[in-house]
Write a protein that binds this ligand. Structure first.
Ligand code: PRT
Ligand code: ZN
Length: 290
């Protein structure tokens, strides 16, 4: 399979909000990651030619662009802020958040245009500058490495531009969101032109990761219904392929099995019940290979 000694290097966050999701995804994709010292800067998978580099998230895009790592898992916001030439090769669906402009709750500011001539504190000056330009707003950008939310209350800025997930940090700091600058989630990035051996390894890693990600969106569903309702139930079910129908021990009844997207399931459950479905069972799927 991997006859050369080529090893694929993926940079992941050493500690922080991306670390858990990155490790979980790689482990669910079947890579056994050695549990070394928490101070280790790299580790080798024991069952695949894969090495992980543990870095600060901000360093991951440049590390991939410069070829120190072949790929990386990082927030889309960090990729945009870095302006490095890397490709987003997969969207990973965790660490979802948005970069938003927020203002003091009682202020008169309603849109970013109201911040003309004002000051905005942020850790994302590159993205914010581009956003302000696109809206024709000239405002002073105060670059700060963290805790931007505190700056309006201590008189350092009129507004902030920071990451938001639940919104509770903004609320605690008396701030109100007025604009979404970008939405973000964890992404897999790749650098320019990997050699063919590395490309082949990266393809295998991506294939496995996509199988895990695909499975997260789908559920395996089983239900019982009278035989006379099978045709109607099958019409309602938006399965990947035609459902499996098996007779039950009870005369005149069948069990119907299929795979549906979780969001679709909630849309069809009422119609299933109205059409005679009983004992509906919904199970998680570990891997889904299309
Ligand atoms: O040490 P290192 O540099 O590696 O980590 P870091 O401290 O720079 O980043 P970290 O671990 O905090 O975040 C890593 C990535 O997680 C970010 O770049 C985003 O892509 C993603 N992410 C998702 C978030 C959040 N959600 C988030 N809520 N990053 C930060 N926050 C912070 C935000 O800055 C604010 O202070 O959480 C607070 C807001 O949260 P809510 O829930 O109160 O709205
Ligand atoms: Zn960081």
């Amino acid at each position: 399979m991997n006859k050369t000694n080529t090893v694929l290097t993926i940079a992941v966050q050493k500690s922080g909000r991306l670390q858990n999701g990155s490790t979980k995804l790689l482990e669910e994709a079947g890579f056994s990651l050695a549990n070394g010292s928490s101070r280790a800067l790299k580790s080798r998978a024991t069952n695949f030619p894969l090495e992980l580099l543990y870095l600060r998230d901000d360093d991951i895009p440049s590390c991939v662009a410069e070829g120190v790592a072949d790929a990386g898992i990082v927030g889309e916001n960090a990729v945009a802020e870095s302006e490095q030439s890397v490709d987003i090769v997969d969207r990973l669906g965790f660490a979802r958040c948005r970069l938003a402009v927020a203002v003091p709750r009682d202020s008169r500011f309603e849109t970013v245009e109201d911040l003309q001539g004002k000051s905005i504190a942020t850790s994302y000056p590159v993205i914010l500058r581009r956003f302000l330009k696109s809206r024709g707003v000239e405002a002073a950008i105060r670059t700060i490495s963290g805790s931007a939310e505190i700056t309006p209350s201590i008189g350092v800025s009129d507004a902030v531009c920071d990451l938001v997930s639940t919104g509770s940090t903004l609320m605690v700091n008396g701030l109100r969101e007025i604009e979404t600058v970008m939405t973000s989630e964890a992404v897999m990035i790749g650098g320019p032109s990997p050699n063919p051996q590395k490309k082949a390894l990266l393809d295998r890693v991506q294939f496995r990761m996509r199988s895990v990600l695909g499975a997260r969106d789908y559920k395996y569903i089983l239900l019982n219904c009278p035989n006379g309702q099978i045709a109607r139930i099958t019409e309602i079910l938006p399965g990947i392929k035609s459902p499996t129908v098996m007779p039950l021990a009870t005369e005149g009844w069948s069990s119907v099995h299929t795979v549906v997207r979780e969001d679709e399931f909630w849309e069809i459950i009422d119609a299933l019940k109205e059409n005679g479905a009983e004992g509906v069972l919904v199970l998680p799927i570990q891997k889904l290979v299309f």
